[in-house]
Design a protein around this ligand. Structure first.
Ligand SMILES: [Zn+2]
Length: 677
């Protein structure tokens, strides 16, 4: 019996992968890696890059290549069997990682290499990767006594399980809720395209009428357009109580205990490492230099943003009262009333723009923009194996030379994790005499096409696509050949969002919007009047939006910074306090936002959610150079590609930024782009 996960392939053989093959393959690879590492260290004479790191990278890459498609399939075509196999491996992989991180012999070998004469002759990328590895050894507790090492290992393994369970609970709770509505009248206000989508969802389950779910496109459609206030409230409650002790499924899939245990264990880990708290652990490999620097960054921004957020909220409340007879704005009214106000003020609604952003046109435009900026061409290849009929595959080349490729999976569907993300399939790296090219997964959850028509995107969805594509370019345009720092590998978390948020800017420029829009039936260009309205509405409620980001970032950071083991404070209490300080929207008591905060409990963003804003300072400031030089200026595009995209994690994020911008970043461009004086 062959196991495709143990073979080498140019690209993963998705349709051949069976859940029962996952555990045996991962266990075998970990075992082989363990034995090979032991033999390697025992036989190591002279420590050089080729004798030490090259063989380790080769083995790591094999393990990555087996795990990456499994992890991807688990996210995009989930099944009970796959999920079980995936979860069984998560802890084992975390344990193996800790084992490597705590391997004293390996650590010594790295240290010897870093202190040898050989070191100075290595490339910048090689030297930087060794520096990051040494730091990571310290954060894995390499210098700890044996009993502490074991404790450390138990903690990380348990934390990996908790993170995975948190995500599963959230997905199950999201999918458990649905509401069948037979009478379209109850959905008054909702657009025809959304109604068609809900009807299609019902038909797929052999039901008649309209099936509402908590999937992003459905939830947003109801919250933004449904005239029925009770319906909005019902859905808001279901959404904001997912995986908690409240709401329609109170106590089922409840993440509350997982949150408490996660925080406790993260703090214990920080103590074992001799650091003050989990926020300090998080910052060690990041661009931000101290917890106080992050807190001042967040507090300063809050001070600059709050007055505008309050003003916007007061305007919204007044509008709700006079125009919609809503005397007291509730959380489930915000999106609805905002959309009405936006429509009145700018005479444009989010939905009205959809017909001008058919998905094929948007993709064509995106590829031509990236092509012009970074001198690449992108072509679809229909010959490769895919996991779903909606998935696609593209190859990127420069001057006729293949440089990278990516998968694209655009639409929301059942058994697919919500949100949008870029993930690594293959990393660029030198292999013998050739170079392995980078491959990325780009995943979104857009409104699927209805009844055979082309999918029509909102401008928001278009922006999300550009965002993820920016991450993709960071991974795919790298010229680095060292596994640990090529593409997005080794990039400081708080700088990771630089290329993604940077590329979003091309969704807001007249010259580039022209390239991504055309009416889906007539092919007609977006009328100038609509374009002007879209641009005028760009910073509508930007104070409120920033205040929300600051609320999440401050909550996350303080949660990890202020944890007191002798008197752990409930996350709810801290969230209430943060909201008191920053938020302008009051939420009901049952709101359990934190129980669905996957970024920090099931993703990599713990004590790192601030990274979005931190990186927005970088991306806004980087884009301001394009504003000065022209948004398609070749020299500026070349320089961004060379300093940021090609370098990946091969140098300090600040060094690379300064190389591109000629100076350190400033907040000015962010505030200006967001329309905040
Ligand atoms: Zn991102």
């Amino acid at each position: 019996m062959t196991n495709p996960l143990l073979e080498t392939h140019e690209l993963p053989p998705f349709t051949d992968i069976r859940p029962e093959q996952v555990e045996p393959a991962i266990e075998k690879l970990i075992d082989e890696n363990r034995n090979a590492l032991e033999a390697q260290l025992a036989g190591l004479k002279e420590v050089t890059w080729d004798s030490l790191i090259e063989p380790i990278d080769t083995r790591n890459d094999m393990l990555n290549q087996a795990w990456s498609p499994v992890s991807h399939l688990n996210s995009v075509v989930n099944s009970d069997a796959l999920r079980e196999a995936y979860n069984n491996c998560v802890g084992k992989l975390a344990q193996w990682e800790t084992e490597v991180g705590q391997n004293q012999g390996l650590f010594q070998a790295y240290k010897t290499l870093s202190e040898s004469e050989h070191f100075a002759r290595l490339t910048q990328a090689q030297r930087h990767s060794i520096k990051l590895a040494l730091q990571s050894f310290h954060l894995s507790g390499v210098s700890l006594p044996k009993d502490k090492k074991q404790q450390f290992s138990r903690l990380t393994q348990r934390l990996a399980e908790l993170s995975s369970t948190f995500g599963d609970n959230l997905m199950d709770a999201t999918q458990a809720w649905n509401l069948l509505i037979s009478d379209a009248e109850e959905l008054a206000g909702v657009t025809d395209s959304s109604l068609a989508l809900f009807a299609q969802a019902a038909a797929e389950k052999d039901q008649s009428g309209y099936l509402l779910t908590l999937d992003q496109p459905c939830f947003i459609a109801v919250m933004t357009y449904a005239d029925s206030r009770p319906l909005r409230e019902q859905m808001y409650q279901a959404f904001t109580t997912r995986a908690s002790d409240q709401g329609p499924y109170a106590g089922q899939w409840d993440n509350s205990a997982i949150i408490d245990e996660t925080l406790k264990l993260r703090h214990e880990l920080s103590q074992i490492l001799g650091l003050g708290n989990a926020a300090e652990v998080s910052l060690a490999p990041k661009m931000a230099s101290s917890t106080s620097q992050v807190m001042s960054f967040l507090n300063d921004l809050a001070k600059q943003v709050k007055p505008q957020a309050e003003k916007e909220f007061a305007e919204l409340s007044a509008f709700a009262k006079t125009e919609l007879q809503i005397d007291h704005l509730e959380a489930w009214d915000i999106a609805y009333v905002s959309e009405k106000l936006r429509t009145q003020r700018y005479a444009i609604s989010v939905e009205e723009l959809r017909p001008w952003f058919p998905v094929e046109r948007v993709l064509e435009g995106l590829y031509s923009i990236a092509g012009r900026l970074f001198d690449i061409s992108i072509e679809q290849d229909r010959s490769v194996d895919l996991w779903h009929k909606d998935a696609r595959f593209y190859r990127i080349s420069r001057n006729g030379q293949a440089i990278a490729s990516f998968y694209l999976d655009l639409y929301a569907r059942e058994k697919k994790q919500g949100g949008a993300w870029m993930d690594v399939c293959r990393s660029r790296r030198k292999v013998a005499e050739t170079v392995q090219l980078p491959v990325a997964y780009l995943t979104c959850n857009f409104t699927p096409p209805v009844a055979g028509k082309s999918a029509l995107l909102t401008h928001d969805e278009v922006t999300t696509l550009f965002h993820e594509f920016g991450h993709g370019l960071h991974h795919m345009l790298t010229q680095v050949e060292v596994l640990a720092v090529s593409g997005i590998n080794g990039v400081a978390w708080d700088a990771v969002e630089l290329p993604s948020q940077f590329l979003e800017n091309w969704c807001w420029q007249e010259e580039s919007i022209e390239l991504i829009s055309a009416h889906f039936e007539s092919g007609e260009a977006l009328p100038k009047a609509m374009l002007d309205k879209l641009l005028a509405a760009k910073n509508f409620q930007s104070g409120m939006a920033l205040a929300r980001q600051l609320e999440f970032a401050t909550f996350d950071f303080r949660l990890h910074l202020e944890y007191d083991p002798s008197n752990p404070r409930s996350s709810q209490e801290l969230l209430d306090e943060v909201r008191e300080h920053i938020a302008v929207i009051k939420v009901p008591e049952y709101n359990r936002f934190q129980n669905g905060f996957g970024h920090i409990f099931a993703g990599g963003y713990s004590a790192g959610y601030y990274s979005y804003l931190w990186a927005e300072v970088l991306s806004a400031d980087a884009f301001s150079l394009f504003e000065e030089q022209g948004i398609f200026d070749q020299a500026t595009g070349d320089s961004f590609r060379a300093a940021i995209l090609e370098k990946g994690g091969s140098d300090e994020a600040m060094t690379l930024f300064v190389q591109f911008r000629g100076r350190e970043p400033s907040n000015d461009a962010l505030l200006r782009h967001r329309g905040i004086a």
